[in-house]
Design a protein around this ligand. Structure first.
Ligand code: 3DU
Length: 244
């Protein structure tokens, strides 16, 4: 779905629409305004808990999803799902019912009694699951680069195991921070070309758009460097052009 949208818009930019405003009406209005302004320069929109917590899923976030779909943009919920199976299932079902096309989940919780329910639901409803493989913040290294000692073979960093889980579980995509081009390149080697690489952390977090794409990212997730700019549309176009 995102591949088709990306071909149509000739863009690899996923807008992270993370606006904050204590007034829900103003928040909804501004979110929709930005989405419409930048829509020709992006290939999808990702929502986070900023909007879900402030607007609610019904008569709030679902209105944004409807507009995104009218603009032919797939929608991703950055839920970072990471709980036990029945809770994950409820969370996943709620996001699907609200109209999301895909969710982000964390592989830390494992398959059985963890993400198995999420993948089962996603597969039965034609939705996408994107796994967190390496986050973009400086502290991410503490865990994602932690070396594991397998019974056979050499010690390996945790993120490599996550990349392999993404292939094994048939995830649609993985998240690898744009701040870590060398990790993007390694993950690309591990997942091949069936699994899309999404990279947040461009601009505001210091990641370089061109370097992330050159290292193997398929899509860049960009938030503040677009929506917090005086001219969001011009900023979106700039990132679109950088990531061609
Ligand atoms: O730094 P930005 O404003 O461009 O926002 C990045 C978005 O991507 C934001 O929604 C954040 O929650 C999400 N994200 C990361 O920044 C890093 C990750 O590893 C995963 C998601």
């Amino acid at each position: 779905m995102i591949r088709k949208a990306s071909h149509a818009s000739k863009s690899r930019i996923v807008l992270a629409l993370d606006l904050e405003n204590p007034d829900p009406k103003a928040l909804l209005q501004r979110s929709v305004q930005i989405l419409k302004e930048v829509s020709t320069y992006i290939c999808a929109v990702k929502l986070n808990r900023q909007l879900v917590l402030s607007l609610g899923l019904r008569e709030g976030v679902d209105r944004i999803l409807k507009i995104a779909h009218e603009l032919s943009l797939p929608t991703i919920m950055d839920a970072k799902i990471n709980d036990v199976g029945h809770t994950n299932e409820f969370i996943m079902r709620s996001y699907i019912e609200a109209g999301f096309d895909g969710v982000i989940a964390s592989p830390v919780v494992g398959w059985e009694g963890g993400l198995d329910s999420v993948f089962r639901l996603a597969n039965s409803k034609g939705k996408a699951v994107i796994l967190l493989v390496y986050m973009s913040n400086p502290g991410a290294e503490t865990f994602y680069s932690l070396k594991t000692v397998p019974a056979v073979g050499n010690p390996r960093p945790v993120f490599e195991l996550f990349a392999e889980m993404a292939t094994e579980w048939k995830a649609n995509g993985v998240i690898v921070g744009a701040t870590k081009p060398e990790i993007i390149a390694r993950v690309r080697e591990l997942v091949g070309h069936e699994v899309a690489i999404f990279s947040p952390g461009v601009g505001a977090q210091g990641g370089d758009a061109k370097r992330a794409i050159a290292a193997g990212s398929d899509y860049l997730i960009v938030g503040r460097s677009i929506y917090a700019e005086p001219n969001p549309s011009a900023a979106a176009k700039r990132y679109r052009d950088m990531a061609m």
